[in-house]
Write a protein that binds this ligand. Sequence first.
Ligand code: G3P
Length: 215
Amino acid sequence: MIVVNFKIYEETFGEKAFELAKICKKVSQKTKVKIIPAVSALDALRIRNELEIDVWLQNVDEVFEGAKSGSISPIQAQMLGVSGSLINHSENKKKPGSIKKMLKIWPNKFKAMVCLSSMGQTERWAKNIKPDYIAYEPKNLIGSKDKSVASEKPDIIKKIVEKYPEVPIFVGAGIHSARDVEVSLKLGAKGILISSYIVKNKNPEERLEELARCF
Ligand code: G3P
């Protein structure tokens, strides 16, 4: 499975988010690899309803219901057809303790991919909390064009996967080649979480297909 984080790059503003999501759908159908766009809340419903694909958010808030202006509620998202969300991305960290509280009342069937940036954290979460998915993304590699977890820290993927095989581990940060994906999968990762290499590429469809072919 591939999760493409659209972030709020200019390349995903307006119609461009919809076009990129269409590419995710097309490549997914062609390669039979599940590809989920993680999009801005502003685009999620249109993409979900018009393309009829699973769509995730990039973040949801700790507040689920009530007088909390501006918050994005996971319950509301799920009711409207969104299938899941990233949580605790390095660019949108939660306060210590709040993710556990959120997951206790998390809507049924709404997928949670908890993003973690250190091996210690990843191990603790895999052992104690076991969310639907864990994405291991060291902050210093996010956006890198020449370094990735597969090239810099392959031992960490292997170690966590071997110790906690029941939790699907995803690898993110700096993925920029099919080789990065191949190495991650060979070490036991269940998928990748990727952004700039796809979103900012002149030919996202070709790049995404190259990566999907590694599965
Ligand atoms: O959520 C994915 C992201 O943080 C990785 O970004 O640009 O290194 O693929 P990028």
